[in-house]
Design a protein. Structure first.
Length: 146
């Protein structure tokens, strides 16, 4: 299976990857990026739910299949805030690496919200010019890499 990057924000990497079924997290702090494996494993072909809850300068919680698998205290070590970040979703792998093109995981839904409103909602069923349509009618198109 190799490495599959399912979610990532770059250039300071914060993301969720699966390496030979094992879950790995990358956390991009102000001082450096951390990369580590969890004792969680995902089977390709099964449906999983991943939720990131970020409270700026307070906490980052990762919930996998309704189970809290990671929690960071960000009060002393906040996530890096960068200009012009890029976010990759369900990319499977970085296009510049020599990784398998085999599809092991599919992204079915993405929701981005805050306490007041839903900011983006994608089901990846409607595309306009190779961009996923945001069901909130906000201008949050996600560009298809391939």
């Amino acid at each position: 299976m190799g490495k599959k990057d399912l979610f990532g924000i770059v250039p300071n990497y914060t993301g969720f990857s699966v390496v030979d079924k094992r879950v790995f997290l990358g956390i991009g702090y102000n001082d450096k990026d951390d990369w580590f494996g969890l004792e969680e494993f995902l089977e390709p072909g099964d449906k999983h739910t991943v939720k990131f809850i970020h409270v700026p300068n307070q906490s980052l919680t990762v919930i996998l299949n309704q189970k809290e698998v990671y929690k960071a205290d960000l009060s002393q070590r906040p996530l890096f805030v960068m200009d012009n970040p890029q976010m990759f979703l369900g990319a499977a792998y970085w296009p510049t690496k020599d990784e398998s093109d085999e599809i092991d995981f599919n992204l079915y839904k993405l929701i981005i919200s805050n306490d007041k409103e839903m900011l983006a909602h994608h089901t990846f069923e409607k595309f306009i010019h190779s961009k996923s349509y945001d069901l909130t009618d906000n201008c949050n198109f996600l560009h298809k890499l391939r």
